[in-house]
Design a binder for this molecule. Structure first.
Ligand code: ADP
Ligand code: MG
Length: 425
């Protein structure tokens, strides 16, 4: 079997399993209360790993995420009730909510279903019609590792909730709606990157997202490198306090520079010369945060050029500079992340390595020459625990398309539209 047919077989059995779970979870009394519309449907949305451009999104700068083949899937049947009833296989729990009177609660969300309810709330606010459904979800995205299981859940939910007869807004607009859900309903102050990557990913490509104009341009990943994610096993303790402090430090920097420099409303508008001219007006710690953002934006653009040119050496330098800047200037790395990068960098064939995501734990992202993936895994498994006492996880991931519906024909046979799957019956 080649890689693609192996992948298809894996996809088919996962789909068959989830649809079977949906069938077996059917509750006669619920079905009596509502008319089930049509046959079971299946939607998917990928997690993401960010190649470079960390903390730049809320500064309206550039990011370069990849949608990965770790995905949230929802199998569901639409029904004619304004309700959602969803079972998470991982959590082994069924939760429900009704569309009537959805509103953010003070203090944010308490339950996983709030990512789905928040998406319904944000879609409805944007004027999109909603459909109720009964469904089952499963996921291959580790939760809380920084690979954006939350954004994938929102994007998958947005597909299940959408009225199939209504026009679907662009991926950028849907990402902004899901971001609203997470910011306002769930109460997590994230930028747009995670939802955008999950919505608009492209197979074999990273996405250069310009967060000022909310526009994405695919950037092809050289075909001779793999993306390997190393999970430090220490959860990304993105104490919202640390994230919010960084955010306000960046905003303060932009405001102080903007008092002297016309046209500056965010750090996106600041270049190195401007920062140098105004450095004496900034508190020392704010100046360091600003320096990270200004240079990180440049590194994103340089990475896009290096990907285009297949310049692996440049990629190595750019990832190393980004990691050092996040560690020393932005101060969001951790001893575990630093050790993981150090170990990876010592493996022949590892082209580039850095922390990815919010930091304080979570994952590193590595570009690895084909054939060296196993050597990296072995070295990490051998050395990382010795240094930290923690169990690492290593995933080789592929760049995939953004959220979509998987077409399922009657009897579970695929019709193969957005993602070809052929069930082995
Ligand atoms: P991540 O980095 O994975 O996005 P977050 O803390 O932002 O971490 O989001 C994780 C949350 O998303 C979980 O606590 C849970 O509420 C929700 N979630 C993710 N995957 C699932 C799942 N398979 N089932 C139920 N809830 C999930
Ligand atoms: Mg998240």
């Amino acid at each position: 079997m080649n890689d693609t047919s192996k992948q298809n077989a894996g996809t088919s059995s996962r789909a068959a399993e989830l649809l079977a779970k949906l069938n077996s979870s059917r509750d006669a009394s619920a079905d009596e209360r509502a008319r089930v519309e049509g046959h079971a449907r299946l939607v998917r949305a990928p997690g993401r790993v960010n190649l470079i451009g960390e903390y730049t999104d809320f500064n309206l700068g550039f990011v370069l995420p990849v949608a990965i083949d770790r995905e949230v899937w929802i199998a569901f049947e639409a029904w004619d009730r304004p309700d959602v009833e969803l079972t998470s296989v991982e959590i082994n729990e069924t939760r429900s909510f009704t569309f009537d009177g959805l509103a953010p609660r003070a203090g944010g969300s308490a339950f996983w279903i709030d990512y789905v309810a928040g998406t319904a709330w944000a879609m409805s606010r944007a004027g999109l019609p909603l459909c109720g459904f009964r469904g089952v979800l499963n996921s291959t995205i580790p939760v809380g590792a920084g690979l954006s299981s939350s954004a994938a859940l929102e994007m998958a939910a947005s597909l299940a909730l959408a009225d199939p007869a209504a026009l679907r807004p662009s991926a950028a607009a849907m990402a902004a709606i899901a971001q609203q859900a997470e910011n306002t309903y769930v109460g997590v102050n994230c930028g747009i990157m995670d939802q955008y990557a999950s919505a608009a990913g492209r197979e074999g490509h990273a996405l250069l997202i310009d967060c000022k104009i909310n526009k994405a341009t695919p950037a092809q990943i050289p075909t001779n490198v793999s993306i390997v994610v190393c999970d430090t096993g220490s959860p990304h303790r993105l104490g919202s306090s640390a994230y919010n402090t960084r955010r306000s430090e960046c905003e303060l920097g932009a405001r102080l520079i903007g008092e002297r420099e016309p046209g500056v409303t965010s750090l996106r508008d600041v270049d190195e010369a401007m920062l140098a001219r105004n450095r004496d007006r900034l508190p020392e710690v704010v100046a360091r945060r600003c320096e990270h953002i200004v240079r990180e934006n440049q590194r994103v653009m340089a990475t896009v050029a290096a990907l285009r040119d297949g310049d692996l050496e440049a990629l190595g330098h750019l990832f190393a500079a980004s990691h050092a800047s996040l560690r020393d200037l932005f101060e969001v790395s951790s001893p575990e992340l630093d050790v993981m990068v150090e170990i990876a960098t010592s493996v022949p064939g590892v082209v580039a390595s850095r922390m990815t995501g919010g930091g304080f734990g979570g994952c590193t992202v590595n570009l690895v020459s084909h054939g060296a993936e196993e050597a990296l895994r072995e070295k990490v498994v051998r050395d990382y625990s010795t240094h930290t006492g923690l169990g690492p996880k290593v995933y080789t991931v592929a760049a995939v398309d953004g959220a979509s519906e998987i077409q399922v024909g009657p009897g579970g046979r695929s019709t193969g539209a957005s993602r070809a799957i052929v069930f082995d019956e």
